[in-house]
Design a protein around this ligand. Structure first.
Ligand code: PEP
Length: 255
């Protein structure tokens, strides 16, 4: 099944990380939808924990304003991988899967190669990947931002056909800005986004345009300048997505 993708519409995605039960997730999503406009200016995506996907999906009941994603998946479709969840297992529960989040790269040791295999598995299952890339604070201080962003983008997309690349969304998330309250400037976000667009054009042809999101301490107060910085088409939001009022305000700022 092919999932709908609107690359010319901003995407505001809320990564709930390892927070919430099915019951509390229902409460949060109920509060969120009550605060969304009838026609939000952005595609709204929430990424609850695996264990809450079904409950949130049932609550939404097909509400076209909010789509669902998973925060991770395994690269194999099935097998002896205790505790893991595969992309085909998510196929009936959500539309998007995030791969390469820095917490998985840096806290759980996921390599570029693992991220590439996961991204391939997401596409293979007919789901839409969001590839997260970004440099650490030390890499930034060492002047390696562009090198890291380019390497992670190339590695994540390696081997894909242009039509597969077109199904990807790429989130630029400087690791030093995640959960820290520090943000990149809109100019930094634009520089990284333009680099990502260049790499995508080199790999898949200039006709392929993907959405580049910015992520890293996005709040209602700073969203307007970051979510629509030049080259950027939305945001990946962590902490602030756990507050319905704040997340709804970020969505509103994407217009
Ligand atoms: C994230 O985890 O992807 C993220 C951007 O987190 P935060 O918004 O809390 O910095």
């Amino acid at each position: 099944m092919t999932r709908e993708l609107h690359p010319d519409r901003p995407l505001v995605a809320g990564n709930w990380k390892m927070n919430g039960t099915p019951a509390s997730a229902r409460v949060l999503v109920a509060e969120l939808v009550s605060r969304l406009a009838d026609r939000p200016p952005a595609e709204v995506l929430i990424l609850p924990p695996f264990t809450a996907l079904e409950a949130v999906g049932a609550f939404l009941g097909g509400d076209p304003r909010v789509r669902l994603g998973a925060q991770n998946c395994h690269w194999e479709p099935k097998g002896a991988f205790t505790g893991e969840i595969s992309a085909p297992m998510l196929e009936s529960l959500c539309d998007y899967v995030l791969v390469g989040h820095s917490e998985r790269r840096h806290l759980l040791g996921e390599s570029d190669e693992v991220v590439r295999r996961k991204l391939g598995a997401v596409l293979e299952a007919g789901l839409l990947p969001i590839l997260a890339v970004g440099e650490t604070g030390a890499e930034r201080e060492g002047g390696l931002t562009a090198e890291v962003v380019e390497r992670q983008t190339r590695a994540g997309l390696e081997g894909l056909s242009p039509s597969q690349v077109a199904l990807c969304t790429i989130a630029y998330e400087p690791v030093w800005a995640i959960g820290t309250g520090a943000t990149a400037t809109p100019e930094d976000a634009t520089t990284a986004a333009e680099l990502i667009h260049r790499v995508v054009a080199e790999m898949a042809g200039s006709a392929v345009v993907v959405r580049v999101l910015y992520g890293g301490s996005v709040t209602a107060a700073n969203a307007a300048s970051l979510v629509r910085a030049r080259g950027v088409m939305g945001a990946l939001v962590g902490g602030a997505s756990l507050k319905a009022e704040e997340f709804a305000a970020i969505v509103a700022a994407a217009g």
